[in-house]
Design a protein around this ligand. Sequence first.
Ligand code: MGD
Ligand code: MGD
Ligand code: MO
Length: 755
Amino acid sequence: MAKAKDGTATYPGPVGGWGSLRGMAETWAREKDGPEVLSTLMRLNKPNGVMCASCAWTKPAHPQLFEFCENGAKAHLWEQTRLRATPDFFARHTLTELKSWSDHDLEQAGRLTHPMRYHRASDRYVECSWDEAFEAIGRRLKAIHDPRSVVFYASGRASLETSYAWALMARLYGNNNLPDSSNMCHETTSVALKATIGVGVGTCLLEDFEHCDAIFFFGQNTGVNSPRFLHTLAHARKRGCQIVTFNPIVEKGGVAFRNPQSIQMVTGGSMPISTQYHQVKAGGDIAAILGMCKHVFAEDERRGGGIIDRAFIAGHTHGFDAFAEKVTTVTWEEIEAESGLPRAAIVEAAEVYIAAERSIGIWGMGLTQHVRGFENIASVVNLMLLKGNMGRLGAGVSPVRGHSNVQGQRTVGIAENPALVPLDRLAELYGFDPPREHGLGTVETCRGVIAGTVKAFLGLGGNFLRAVPDQSLVEPAWEGMDLTVQVATRLNRGQLFCGEDAFLLPCIARSESDVQASGPQVVTMEDSLSCVHGSFGKATPASEHIRSEMAIVAGIAKASLAPNPRVPWDEWVGDYGKVRDAIEATYPAMFKDFNQRLFIPGGFFKGNAARDRVWNTKSGKAEFTTPETLNATGFRDAPGRYRLLTLRSNDQFNTTIYGYSDRLRGIEGTREVLLINPEDMARAGLSAGQKVALVSDAEDQVERVVEGLAVTPFRLPDDCVAGYYPELNPLIPLAHHDHASMTPAAKSVPVKIRA
Ligand SMILES: Nc1nc2c(c(=O)[nH]1)N[C@H]1C(S)=C(S)[C@@H](COP(=O)(O)OP(=O)(O)OC[C@H]3O[C@@H](n4cnc5c(=O)[nH]c(N)nc54)[C@H](O)[C@@H]3O)O[C@H]1N2
Ligand SMILES: Nc1nc2c(c(=O)[nH]1)N[C@H]1C(S)=C(S)[C@@H](COP(=O)(O)OP(=O)(O)OC[C@H]3O[C@@H](n4cnc5c(=O)[nH]c(N)nc54)[C@H](O)[C@@H]3O)O[C@H]1N2
Ligand SMILES: [Mo]
């Protein structure tokens, strides 16, 4: 473990470089990959190739020779592993035993090979036939009296085609219970952007990054979670674009990048990324941004105008006066206390904004996962609106999404909010009366499971039970359901908790060849910049007994729903082009000529009204938001109370733990750590390596504890501590979520340390 002068953990190198090649090689060895995976890697993110199953960053029209990163490679090495979890494996282990395994060891069992059904008497999964599985699932679903007690979760990876079918199945069954991993992720973005600029997604395209003068970067760990974006950022920096970063942690990707495909590998040089780096307190962004606005106002007045775009504000926005009032009355003392940043630092950032003709605002989980996440994002929008940085070249907002098709799943109907779905169109196309009632999101699903009102859960990918808050309450309640079904590629903890009847259904992964009646199939996905791409898997599927996600959805639907001649499940499975025709019929503007545009280099853009300065908001204008509070955490500071940030390491994809090396933060060999700064350690009387427990400090009488965390000195702001997701999820109360979108507030959890 490398250490800085003050004893805190750190990594001396840049992101990329030889360290990243070592990271890939270790995964290669662990997964025992064969040579076929090389051809997948060479085809990644290229026109006619495979769209990476790791992050949602856009796929450029002119890709590099290797258009993949360390973590994209790991994701595919993991997907195409030679390890197998066969019926034999399940015969050797009871679920009770497997519940004591780590997330890493569970997934290391390898790819699932056969459909499995839970056998209660032996506490094991046993092989079953696909027909048996579909028939039993159908029988259970038909026996449930209230269709609103069944949940259809999706994790953000399945294609547009499968996602469209999944959402339609839920509505034909009779509910809008379609939570998505987005409910734990960028739902805050979708809700806040819809309210403020009228579209639930970012407004930027790649060309904007070629023309912007400044980028304001909040709480997104590019070097780990969307490393290909570093190429875009490095190019912008080379042109002289300023990159101002706000993050409680100095993340390596925000500091320097060594392009693995350039001469920098040989020379040891690297590209600096951020021009300013501000270690804002967790939950301090509303204050920091308001401070920037305050300086913009003051300078505008001092220079007699010319900075604030008054014409844009008059013509295109609403709510400016109330916001201006707040900016003028808020004090610098308040701003400094809540942001944890000195006035001079905020002024320095604001000066960049003032000087830049074109600015872009970027964010990730550092803004969305707070009780006042809505206001975090609305604050970025406020800042951009001040200078008309919306709807013109080189300007706008660009949230960085997570799962590779999470944005697309919402686009094609996986949404618990029926207002986001063209229900009348579905009624017309399929001759049924779609449910109009609001469905269950992730938090409501957890509540329903605990209350016993949710009777069945079907998961299209993901590891719901491990990703949600308050695990210690949800896990035991989970087994009270009538039916649980998981469509998956690899074994995870969520699959070990079974309803009365339970199925584990293995599917073909995106990089694998999917041959149906009409021949090899293409699937599609939408990236973070709203561009849609075809993806063509060619690798040999992990087992001859697994099926495509589309075929599994159709199998469940046919067994569970009354026959409807207008929904041709078999034809759809035989030819995914016909599902795309159905998507086009449902969303004619976005998906015009869908089947003809599958392989346009760079994808096809589905359009964005705010980009054209058309504001589909309540007022018909872009909205300024006046924050009621400067503290995004939703709780007061108290003696001994810390703000816990739950982090991803460089060696995981969400709940999939590839290994135990968080190289870029200098933490090796374990994930059971509590990161805390040396000053807070001294104040609390803790020493490095000491084992402590974290206890939730939510003032709600529920005891939540995670034990055995090694105290690890790390550069964080005062009163902020950090550790890893999902290990620390039992500490997050279900009620601790963004007030507008219900996204769990995983980046500022109130905790105490128990020595
Ligand atoms: N390799 C890899 N790639 C991934 C994933 C993965 O697990 N592994 N997950 C995918 C998914 S689903 C998602 S959603 C994305 C997640 O990607 P990110 O959005 O980057 O999410 P996190 O890794 O949780 O990191 C959030 C960052 O916010 C910072 N932060 C925390 N609190 C605050 C705050 O109050 N203010 C500010 N300004 N910053 C804060 C943290 O220090 C951290 O750097 O990545 C996707 N890509
Ligand atoms: N404390 C805390 N909690 C968090 C977060 C946080 O930052 N902190 N982040 C939240 C975020 S942003 C997200 S997106 C959620 C993630 O929640 P999920 O999306 O539910 O979880 P994943 O870990 O991505 O799911 C991993 C599993 O997906 C399955 N899988 C992989 N590929 C495929 C495929 O191609 N098809 C199918 N059918 N299955 C596949 C594998 O079986 C694997 O075990 O977690 C959330 N929870
Ligand atoms: Mo996510």
